[in-house]
Ligand binder design. Structure first.
Ligand SMILES: [Zn+2]
Ligand SMILES: [Zn+2]
Length: 87
């Protein structure tokens, strides 16, 4: 399930100029809303978003798929797993 654009816009408005929420330990400003196929919306700075996407890509490259720990669904391509929206 994917959040529709209205919901996404609300989330973005709510979190505009917030901090990066990557593991709750980053103090940079968030510049991306990273939407994990509706499972999770997380604000991230550019560096953490890049690192997160690199991690997912590596898992996909090695295993050919990745399983979401939240919903248990299996994904085989990057855009299905995660989409980043610029704040
Ligand atoms: Zn960060
Ligand atoms: Zn999921």
């Amino acid at each position: 399930m994917t959040a529709n654009s209205d919901q996404l816009a609300d989330v973005i408005a709510l979190h505009a100029s917030s901090r990066c929420r990557h593991q709750g330990r980053c103090h940079r400003s968030a510049v991306w809303l990273v939407d994990a196929h509706g499972c999770e919306n997380r604000l991230m700075c550019d560096e953490h978003r890049t690192g997160y996407e690199r991690h997912v890509r590596r898992v996909l490259a090695v295993n050919g798929k990745t399983m979401c720990t939240l919903c248990g669904r299996t994904f085989v391509d990057m855009p299905s797993v995660v989409q980043a929206v610029a704040l």
